[in-house]
Write a protein that binds this ligand. Sequence first.
Ligand code: PMP
Length: 405
Amino acid sequence: MRLSQLAASIAESPTLKLNEDAQRLREKGEAVIHLGIGEPKNKAPISALLSSASRLSTGDVKYAPTDGIPSLKKAIIRYTEETYGRLVAPENVIVANGAKQALYNLLYSLLNPQDEVIILAPYWVSYPEMIKMVYGVPVVVTPEDGSFHPRLADIEQAVSSATRAIIVNSPNNPSGVVFSEKFLADIVDFCERKGIILILDDIYQRLIFDGRPLVTALKFTNRDVESTNLVVVNGISKLYGMTGFRIGWAVTNRRLVETMTNVQAQTTSCASVILQAAAEGALTGLQSYVESLRLTIENNRNVMMQELSSFSGVKVTKPDGTFYCLPDFRAYNANSVELSHFLLQKALVVTVPGKEFGMEGHLRLSYAGTVKDVTEGVARLKWALDPHAPSEIYIGDRKVVRDWL
Ligand code: PMP
């Protein structure tokens, strides 16, 4: 069968594929540790469950307005006011099936063929593929100093007459780095001067550590939502650990929301009313839930840093937020895909190759699981790679001996 060249050129999602691989191995009874996953082990907030259950029990489960049910939009407007200090109208908000769909619809609504979108390495795996899917061109900017923090000077050099948008994701997946206020202020100013759309993927905004204040780039524009070049994308996946509920949203000017709504109407009609009710329940319920999730993840981050500190060949930048860190494993193998496969095969630990995020030689390790996942996972990585580590280890109830170092 002949396939569309474009569709056939789109890479599979490496993170979703790894989840499936890990699941298959677990079903076979293998003691897999998943350090690849971007979702915590929490249960969804009770307010979310009650709200969706009560909607379900009415039996009134029909199409919803394409841009979202009014009561959920109201909750998003309140979240936007509390978080960003911005009062927006329902016409400035569109609800989608996850931040992922919101981003896709946004790019679809903004780009003409060959328009360029600047993405900052290390970047989230889906950005380049989504840009290509709407006939745009991803332009990757990599920090030259080997850090994970972008520099405006590098971005300025990458801008051309075809640049339509820049995507900023801070706190950053996969590095965990929170970008400086100076950088955010400068990029907002730069985009507004140049007429470039600035897409703020704020999905991890509350998952920040060490008493850091929540900083949003939106704070650096004086323009209102109708005239600013900034578009905010957000959702419940990371905020409440509600990844499977698939609710996200975008906040932007009315014209763009209208266009995105038309695009969504012709593809998915709307997000499920049951899941929208769950999102509304989460947003309007007890918010101490967010803090307790944050504290759990911060503790896991501390454990991960502690465990990595005695891993002789590994260099790691301490994450300021998110579920992830992106250590440099080049001392062991500069080919991250090869290394990740080796670690899954020998140590039954899932990691994500840095190559997928535009950072070859690194592996993304997640600390979204349990403390035990983190300690045991890193112990297995050490056993597999570090000649100073003991040569025997238990994987599940099997004692295994390293015979390759
Ligand atoms: N942006 C980033 C940076 C992400 O890491 C993710 C999820 N991994 C998303 C967007 C998509 O989130 P959602 O589950 O709401 O589609």
